[in-house]
Design a binder for this molecule. Structure first.
Ligand SMILES: NC(=O)c1ccc[n+]([C@@H]2O[C@H](COP(=O)([O-])OP(=O)(O)OC[C@H]3O[C@@H](n4cnc5c(N)ncnc54)[C@H](OP(=O)(O)O)[C@@H]3O)[C@@H](O)[C@H]2O)c1
Length: 354
């Protein structure tokens, strides 16, 4: 993680953008960021949704783009479906400008599922024709296209019997939940976790993963999502619009904060001493946590093909299920972004490419 960039993020971004990704773009990226792998054959084109400038959803253009070519350790994947995440529209609208700068025109999209069309030198785990899914690093993207470059270590074999749409709904958010709960917070069997926004992209995986681990799971959701979140395995669901969650939740071991704003600091009150809050969307005030004897961390999801393979096994065994509430053709990416920007998505939105 680049310290200068972190410091830039904390001082230069608007509150809205800081809410986006703590530490964020962090992994990204200290250096200039290319929007695409270079095309080997400039005559070869594909359909893609690109932006030529930052701005609102109308900046997303469905058009011809150069077909990329895989370098060493990379694969060219024929994309069948691309997941949509809040980070997509946050980058599109320019919230990360100055820290995560794309060369224009840029192809967004960080979650893909598809078939390997070509392997670059040195790729050992996959071969042409394999069905894979992947979270593409934030400094590359390229998922909103007929073909995308996937690094070997970002990909995993798609869970058997999962369709491309559900597979594309999985990588970024499932990895976020996995890394926050297990790598950072070390959630264990018998502990209690509070998952904020249990109905959202990250939250709906976090509820299922925490339950699979053997934890007691409490989640927040609005009234219309309570039954949905219970169906994912939550033991209790707090309607955050009618109750202050800190009035009814106490002594939890782990909080996963996917909401930000005042939810982040208010959550200090629900932790037992020694407990930990992991935020992916907020700007925690360390003093508020220290004074209660609890810990706080922020996390930026990293691509990880091995963890994704473990998640794939869990999906195959029925332990975890991606939920897709909306699927749209690639050319309707703008509608998908508008839906994501509403902040009301249940589970995931996916663009159908193939
Ligand atoms: N740092 C990272 O690595 C990382 C990774 C992934 C995501 N993120 C960020 O984390 C945030 C969440 O991502 P996501 O993909 O889960 O978003 P999302 O799918 O768009 O989340 C939508 C859900 O949030 C719920 N919600 C909204 N306000 C809420 C509140 N105050 N309390 C409880 N639930 C609330 C909504 O449920 P109701 O309709 O029931 O309110 C809706 O189901 C975004 O800001 C995203 O950019 C960061």
């Amino acid at each position: 993680m680049d310290i200068n960039l972190l410091s830039w993020l904390s001082t230069s971004l608007s509150p809205l953008s800081r809410l986006a990704l703590p530490g964020a773009v962090a992994a990204g990226v200290a250096v200039g960021i290319a929007s695409h792998a270079a095309a080997a054959d400039s005559a070869a084109t594909m359909k893609a949704v690109r932006i030529h400038d930052y701005g609102d959803a109308s900046k997303l253009v469905f058009e011809d783009a150069p077909k990329p070519s895989p370098a060493k350790g990379e694969m060219l994947v024929k994309v069948q479906a691309a997941g949509v995440n809040p980070v997509d529209w946050k980058i599109r609208s320019g919230l990360f400008r100055g820290g995560l700068d794309f060369t224009m025109p840029a192809t967004l999209g960080f979650d893909i599922a598809g078939e390997v069309a070509e392997v670059g030198e040195g790729v050992k785990k996959f071969e042409k024709g394999d069905k894979v899914f992947a979270y593409l690093a934030l400094n590359r993207g390229g998922g909103y296209a007929e073909y995308a470059i996937v690094k070997e270590n970002e990909a995993a074999a798609m869970p058997k019997e999962l369709d491309f749409v559900k597979a594309a709904a999985t990588p970024l958010t499932a990895l976020t939940a996995w890394q926050c709960l297990f790598d950072v917070a070390k959630l264990d069997k018998g502990q209690t976790a509070l998952v904020h926004a249990g109905a959202g992209g990250v939250g709906h995986f976090a509820v299922q993963l925490a339950k699979w681990k053997g934890a007691k799971v409490i989640a927040t959701a609005s009234a219309g999502n309570i039954e949905f979140v219970k169906s994912l395995g939550a033991d209790e669901v707090v309607d955050y619009k009618s109750v202050r969650f800190e009035d009814v939740v106490k002594d939890v071991d782990v909080v996963l904060d996917t909401v930000g704003d005042d939810t982040t600091n208010r959550s200090a009150a629900v932790l037992r001493r020694g407990g930990i809050l992991v935020s992916i969307a907020g700007d925690p005030d360390p003093a508020k946590f220290a004074e209660r004897g609890v810990r706080v961390a922020t996390h930026l999801v990293e691509p990880n093909g091995e963890q994704l393979a473990r998640i794939a096994k869990l999906i195959e065994s029925g332990g975890v299920k991606p939920h897709v509430s909306q699927q749209l053709p690639l050319k309707d990416a703008a509608k998908a972004h508008q839906q994501s920007e509403s902040g009301r998505t249940r589970g995931k939105i996916v663009l159908v490419v193939g």
